[in-house]
Design a protein around this ligand. Structure first.
Ligand code: C5P
Length: 306
């Protein structure tokens, strides 16, 4: 048995444009990914002949995560094994700390972690191109998270990394992730975008607004507006129309000094960036948890144990 583990970092989308629906039902994307320090811990034992996955931890949903064969991390190990001809058997252990159904790419992070861990242990590792191709077969966020970059601008299905960055301009920010008491299915969120566009007779997104340049001595409000203009999320209006709690969370975060408060991916979590100390609680009439974290300043590496 060979054993390795990794902290599987989550992602946020600083910007997320959903383009037209293609004939196969999927939508083109243009998105700005950034890794986040909030992570699941993923440990893989490779070798033997059995195949298993166990998930535990404080973010495990009450109903579990469904059958192992459908779990994206399990599927990642099968995908790797098919391509690399190794390993036959594996055991995956996941400590879930990233909210499930929150838009933070938790499932994708676990799958990407499995690809990276197995590649670090493999007798004949796959090339970065082969890892990317395996990641594309698993889902939109996996190629970015299976790579070695802190942030990226991606196109296609979110799979084609058009620009990658190893540095971040956001180091001085602190971050809070707010977890509302409900999750959102990605498929539903895309459907809501289609329904709203159909109602307005549109097929694609609203036209872009020009980004206003910041003046020499910007006020806090100028900076906040510029951050808002420079980022976006096409899911935000359609999700807020169906879950007004999201708008309430974003308003409270701005009131508490957030420079940016946006829906994470297709929701249901909201992330906010603060220059100063972020709040520990929010004034809301429903339950919501606050997770303090940061935008990552490094890509976590695999730790080989045995
Ligand atoms: O990638 P994932 O399996 O989470 O996607 C769930 C659903 O979201 C898909 O079945 C599809 O309906 C929708 N989707 C989409 N365009 C994308 C990604 C997902 O329409 N680029």
């Amino acid at each position: 048995m060979r054993v390795a583990r990794i902290e599987a970092q989550a992602k946020i989308n600083l910007s997320l444009r959903v383009l037209q629906r293609d004939p196969d039902g999927y939508h083109g994307l243009v998105t700005h990914f950034h890794r986040v320090d909030l992570s699941d811990q993923v440990l893989v034992r490779a070798g033997g002949s059995g195949r298993a996955i166990t998930c535990a931890g404080k973010r495990m949903p009450a109903g579990g995560l469904g059958p192992p064969e459908k779990n994206l991390a399990y599927r990642a190990a099968v995908e790797f094994s098919n391509r690399a001809g190794w390993p036959d058997g594996f055991e995956i252990e996941i400590d879930k700390r990233i909210p499930v159904g929150g838009g933070l790419g938790g499932g994708s992070a676990d799958a990407a972690a499995v690809l990276r861990v197995l590649n670090a242990l493999a007798p004949k590792p796959l090339s970065p191109q082969e890892i990317w191709s395996a990641a594309c077969a698993l889902g939109s966020d996996v190629p970015f998270l299976a790579g070695e970059h802190l942030r990226a601008i991606a196109e296609g299905r979110g799979t084609d990394l058009a620009y990658v960055f190893d540095e971040t301009p956001y180091e001085r920010y602190r971050m809070v992730i707010v977890v509302p008491p409900f999750s959102i299915s990605t498929a539903d969120a895309y459907r809501w975008i289609d329904e709203d566009r159909a109602q307005r007779g549109q097929t694609g997104p609203e036209p872009l607004k020009p980004i206003k340049l910041i003046t020499m001595h910007p006020s806090k409000d100028d900076v906040r507006r510029a951050m808002e203009d420079a980022t976006n999320n096409d899911f935000e209006p359609v999700v807020e129309a169906r879950h007004p709690e999201i708008r309430r969370i974003r308003e409270q975060l701005v009131k508490e000094g957030a420079e940016l408060a946006r829906l994470a991916g297709s929701g249901s979590c909201v992330f906010a960036l603060f220059r100063d100390l972020p709040p520990k609680t929010l004034d809301l009439d429903f339950e919501a948890q606050l997770i303090p974290t940061r935008l990552s300043s490094k890509v976590v590496q695999v730790e080989v144990l045995e």
